[in-house]
Design a protein around this ligand. Structure first.
Ligand SMILES: Nc1ncnc2c1ncn2[C@@H]1O[C@H](COP(=O)(O)OP(=O)(O)OP(=O)(O)O)[C@@H](O)[C@H]1O
Ligand code: SF4
Ligand SMILES: [Mg+2]
Length: 342
């Protein structure tokens, strides 16, 4: 049995401008110790789906359908008390922006101790000792002294480590990290990834949400690509990066900047993400897809198997409904293969 099983998850936001279908039919699993990357452009639904898994959506967001099972237990049916125990306990979470996640008026040691008290039966000095051990575990030098300091005395990278320490307080089986390295400089990013790598080697499953395909390529075992609230491709990391099957993924890969290339990453697929209160009919990507045919505006492509059952793509090319062929190929190490993919 998988550690986390998400099936057919639907999330809607009820806004004045209409009903936003932010996540639509999302399904995936995560095994113990496995690392899943979730990628896609801004607005794809990466954060909303991570929050939905933990039942943390705020109004006007609502889970409209689907199931989330963690270690066999249905989280969407769990009581609020039970959810609080699982969240931050067996499932740790790290979100972007450590400066706002830490409370400026308490010391770092107090905040980590509080997380320990909330998710274990330790209290008093015992909780404090555990907090210092956690700060040490996440690579904070001189953790005893650092525990007495306030968040403003920590750099962005060190503050993010503190959040990882808090997420580990309940000795979780799964860590959900949403853009944990965004805003950190490259060296600090690499150090933080090394820490996550080390933790995952200890059998911690990690769901890593990231804009950064390089980070996902390096860190993850499997990848889920989201577009406009839906999964468009799901595969093992090497299959996805060397042999993408969905035109959107191929576009994302061609948009990865090379060394010396100062374009914004993921910004070069022409067109914009559709308005999710009125998504395009048929394939949601048809407004931007260079291979779109008439049928793409009418039929919603299922997440079909491609040449391999573990490599799935939501494109009508894999259901026999397309007249033409997808002709892209990706040579990651090529000099400049961008022109050949389209
Ligand atoms: N409070 C809200 N009210 C209405 N719509 C919302 C709300 N929060 C999110 N959405 C919609 O849900 C969709 C998915 O948003 P989400 O934050 O999950 O994107 P994301 O993939 O995490 O993007 P980013 O890479 O920018 O973090 C977006 O289209 C967004 O407009
Ligand atoms: S179904 Fe059509 S529009 Fe959608 S990705 Fe495939 S070819 Fe492009
Ligand atoms: Mg997000």
């Amino acid at each position: 049995m998988a550690l986390l099983e998400v099936e057919d998850l639907d999330v809607r936001f009820y806004t004045e401008a209409g009903v936003v279908r932010a996540v639509d039919g999302l399904s995936y699993t995560l095994d113990r110790g496995e690392r899943l990357g979730v990628v896609g452009e801004s607005g794809a639904g990466k954060t909303v789906s991570a929050l939905a898994v933990l039942d943390l959506l705020d109004e006007p967001g609502r889970i409209e359908g689907g199931t989330v099972r963690f270690d066999g237990e249905s989280l969407l049916d769990a009581s609020p008390d039970r959810l609080r125990t699982v969240r931050g306990g067996r499932i740790g979470m790290v979100f972007q922006d450590p400066e706002t996640a830490l409370n400026p008026v308490y010391t770092v040691g107090e905040q980590v101790s509080e997380a320990v008290r909330a998710h274990t039966d330790r209290s008093g000095d015992d909780a404090h000792d555990r907090a210092v051990a956690l700060l040490d575990r996440v690579g904070i030098p001189d953790p005893t002294t650092r525990a007495t300091q306030y968040p403003h005395e920590f750099s962005g990278g060190m503050a993010q480590r503190v959040l990882v320490a808090m997420a580990l307080a309940g000795d979780p089986d799964l860590l959900i990290a949403d853009e944990p390295t965004t805003g950190l400089d490259v060296t600090v990013q690499a150090q933080l990834l090394e820490l996550l790598d080390d933790l995952a080697a200890d059998d911690l499953a990690v769901q890593l949400v990231s804009h950064d395909l390089g980070i996902v390529a390096e860190f993850c075992d499997r990848v889920l690509v989201m577009y406009a609230g839906q999964t468009v491709e799901r595969a093992g990391v090497e299959d996805l990066f060397y042999d993408p099957k969905h035109p959107y993924t191929a576009g994302l890969l061609s948009a990865v900047p090379r060394i010396g290339d100062d374009r914004d990453r993921l910004s070069t697929i022409p067109g914009v993400t559709p308005d999710l209160s009125a998504p395009p009919p048929g394939c949601r990507f048809h407004t931007r897809c260079p291979y779109a045919e008439d049928v793409c505006t009418k039929r919603d492509p299922p997440l079909a198997t491609t040449d391999d059952v573990t490599h799935r793509a939501a494109c009508l090319a894999y259901t026999g409904d397309l007249d033409g062929e997808l002709t892209f190929s990706v040579e990651i190490d090529g000099d400049d293969d961008r022109g050949e993919r389209r």
